[in-house]
Design a protein around this ligand. Sequence first.
Ligand code: TRP
Length: 471
Amino acid sequence: MQIVFLKIDNEEVTVLEEIKKREQFGSKIGFILAASGSAIGLGNIWKFPYITGENGGSAFIIIYLLAIALIGFPILLSEFLIGKSTQKDTINAFKTLAPGKYWHFIGWMGVVAAFMILSFYGVVAGWTLSYALDAATGTLSSLAPEEMGDYFNALISDPYEPILWQAIFMLLTILIVVKGVSKGIERWSKILMPLLFVLVIIVAIRSITLPGAEAGIEYLLNPDFSKLTATSFLVAIGHAFFSLSLGMGTMITYGSYLPKDQKLPKAALSVAGMDTFIALLAGFMIFPAVFAFGMEPDQGAGLVFVTLPAVFQQMPLGELFEVLFFILLAIAALTSAISILEVPVAFFTEKFNWSRKKATWIIGTLIFLVGAVASLSYGPLSGFTIGGLVFFDQLDFIASYILLPLGGFFIALFVGYVLKPKKAIELAELTDSKVVSKYWIFTLKYIAPILIFIVFLNSTGLLTKLQELIK
Ligand code: TRP
């Protein structure tokens, strides 16, 4: 039994309750690396470059940076404060801050979204493991560039192979999460993140020193705003969200393990900064090489799996850099996957008193099974579609385009309106910086919810319907 002091409206109320000693990150740097590890993932290295390529290069990067500043940072700080001030899993965090209200449905949406996101994320991560092996054994370099597309399609539509890789990836994720916050997540983030940074920098240097790389560097630095469309803005906002792991309670959960002496605004700034830095570096890894070898930058989702292997083939020491590249992609995916699994694990251990071991194995296995069906939906199950989308794309669509934006939208409203600015600023530890707190409250109350809602309307097709109505 332990005595807990709960502060309610500045009156100290003593609450006696039986609580297990809650886990914590052991150090500030451990927390920053774990949260950055969550943010930096397939989103940065696989997705950011290809959407940049599809949306015309550096002009898109500029609006992405704006989206991070206007929406990403404010919501990241909000999630951290909800976690840190309550020290609870997502659902109980909302119950603590707004007792008797329904805001904890945000937590429920997050738990559901975690199941959905990790099931397809694990499949893509499995592909990267498979590619790392193919690169190491020389299989990739033995293919003709025109064969890369078919090779990739053969892998993802195979009924067994991708599921085997997904199983290996999920097993690694489970083994880290089982060990707990400081001995599992923090310890591995401290090993894997520096390794990731080093690998990204090595590959980026190789890429920008290639003869003919200038065209790619120019593509990244010289904005051509005529290439932007209305959709580019929506894509930038949606991606800022996904890339910072927002809207699902990941950062609430990590914030809840925060040591007391970590200052929130600084933490949010570091995490948003590192995530953006790695996304930009990923651009510098990929585009100079793509241009140097006369490939097209707008190949879409196949950029990393189809275009890059052809690029590595022509690069001096390409095979070595290719192995490094796919290993770093798998590492980035792993530190993100553990953060996604941690959300339902935290909830089940705290709500139902399950042991961490039990929660991690059961939830991890369930997610693997759903993911296996997602993987099959690119192969034997590709005939089953709902609304034209196979199961894999359904999961992605519902989680990334509906649950995450709604989650972010309500988090902004909750902190901006329900908590009231004074309380929010106090909990966010912003009392001594007037300018930042004004900016934060303003973006949280007005800019972020409106923009996120427009993205939501657009991605669900409701925006087009509205436009037709207005006409
Ligand atoms: N941010 C990670 C990436 O860029 C993915 C991720 C981890 C995520 N946790 C999340 C996305 C929570 C949305 C919500 O790949």
